[in-house]
Design a protein around this ligand. Structure first.
Ligand code: GNR
Ligand code: NI
Length: 171
């Protein structure tokens, strides 16, 4: 396992559309291990491979509470197959947009189709935080960030802040 660096705004790789996984081999299993190590260390409740610079449709997640045992989940080639008309709001954050939190409105329930690490296909229905996190991570593998779902005014403010911070580091 290896701890990997999480890429942050304004890194343009965050806007890439990730490629489907064709074969679940040792490379993919290593990628999943690295994602878990990096996600737990951050700490975060979900992580998409593109956040460590790998444009493959691989997502890890663990929604267990601190007091509970780890409940690691892997979603390969995940896609939303159905969204509820009902919406819900949740205050989101993103490891690739550090220290910024904003309420995001999304479908309250979704159905998601994906492959597990054995290549078995599943279709699940999610609600609550699970639905929010799945949509946040599936957005990542499509090059979409949670700030794309907030007002343009707030999005521009945060985009500019990160662009300016990056220029300072460079200078
Ligand atoms: O750790 C994370 N917390 C979180 C909180 C609300 C909605 C989504 C998330 S995902 C985030 C980790 C992350 O950036 N995943 O891409
Ligand atoms: Ni994120």
């Amino acid at each position: 396992m290896a701890l990997r660096e999480i890429i942050t705004l304004p890194d343009r790789r965050l806007r890439l559309k990730s490629e489907p996984v064709k074969r679940i081999d040792a490379g993919i299993r290593k990628l999943v291990d690295d994602l878990f190590e990096t996600m737990y260390a951050a700490p975060g409740i979900g992580l998409a491979a593109i956040q460590i610079g790998v444009a493959k449709r691989v997502i890890t997640m663990d929604l267990s509470k601190k007091e509970e045992d780890h409940r690691p989940q892997v979603f390969i080639n995940a896609e939303v197959t159905w969204k509820s008309a009902e919406k819900s709001k949740y205050e989101e954050g993103c490891l690739s947009i550090p220290d910024f939190y904003e309420e995001v409105e999304r479908p309250a329930q979704v159905k998601v189709r994906y492959l597990d690490l054995d290549g078995q296909e599943h279709e699940i229905e999610a609600s609550g935080l699970f639905a929010t996190c799945l949509q946040h991570e599936i957005d990542h593998i499509n090059g979409v960030l949670f700030i794309d779902h907030i007002s343009k005014l707030k999005r521009d403010r945060i985009t500019k802040k990160f662009a300016k911070a990056a220029r300072k580091v460079e200078a």
